[in-house]
Write a protein of this length. Sequence first.
Length: 451
Amino acid sequence: MGVVNVTTGIPGARAKEILARKERVVCDPLDIHIPTVIDTGLGAAFTDIDGNTMLDFSGGLGCHLVGYSHPKVVEAVQRQAERFSHTDFSVIPYETYVELAERLVTLVGGERKVALFNAGAEAVENAVKFAKAATGRPALICFEGAFHGRTLLTMSLTSRHRPYKTGFGPFAPEVYRFPYPYPYRSPAGDKAGTRALEALERGFTTVVDPSTVAAAIVEPIQGEGGFVVPTPEFLSGLAELCARHGILTIADEIQTGCGRTGRFLASEHFDFDADIVVLAKALASGYPLSAVVGRPEVMDAPGPSAIGGTYVGNPVACAAANAVLQVIEEEGLVERAETVGKAIRSRWEALAGEVEEIGEVRGIGAMIGVEFVTDRETREPNGGYVSAFMSEATRRGVVTVSCGAYHNVLRHLVPLVITDEQLDEGLDILSEAALAARGSGEPVEESSEGE
């Protein structure tokens, strides 16, 4: 008997009551993806307030790499909270911060220093501050399809206008966007990386003076943009081009980092040694914590007290992160990512014979995306099918999430502690949902942001 057990339908009576209360007191933009309310969670599964047990293939949008309520994380959090739950590190420092910094320096590699923050967007903002302080330059380069956050600066760096940017301008100045290689949707195909590099190099003549650019920020594999894997030459070429002009590189590993791709950093697959690395999400299993890890001369560039914040590097969150990194090592989760990813990929590739809406299955390690189309020849995005599929999956007891500029890519953020039996059960349910959703999709009009 499997772990999934949906007995009341989704949502059940108690969830309906709580969601009705939510409608009265919580702002509408915080719309609900899954119409239920969690009660408890363990590993890759959770039980809602009505007693339905489901598998979570969204993993807290990538935070639960070690799963819900891992015993070692829970124990570390409880132990730290009993000792002290907060002090500003810059006023009264504490060892858990230093210990975490030491771990991250070892894992990222090379001579590095670390600064800790609360959220991914906050870390991106501060990575930019470090880069600007180190170079004395004002401009930034980012890429089509990117997602870096929702604050003013990170929203400016983020590519997709709806729902993240529409109505919120004007945006931060001196931000210049260039193509990101999207082989499935680029006329250049496997030459997309070369064409993107050519566009950037040309842009240094026609768009922005490279001597004014502080940094180029890039996701080694795009997350919200569609789990897009660049062609092999792109990131190394970007690093070479930036180095030639004294431009720093920032690797946004917020969704890709901590082992999800089968390496601690996705950058490692491409021999991309960025000057600054940004981590969050899985780092502390959902506790608010992010990290900027960079070369010492970059990290030491801002003046005294130029970087910081009251809550940054909270001791309880640091304790959680130290436990997470210990679990990743002890349970071999970086290696586990390859096994999980192969199972996901092979299931969808086999299903493509029956589900013609499957356009491409792509990814590295356990970071696997499935892009759905109305027609494999035209590759017209099929966001309607994905919406219908996700509803069918939820009804059957598996939580999924989508991504992509056209809302037509299924992304897998499965906790790497998932058992083989749970993974098979979840993939069986997704297969049933994919077949049930056939014919339900409506074409989604492409935006102007596609490469």
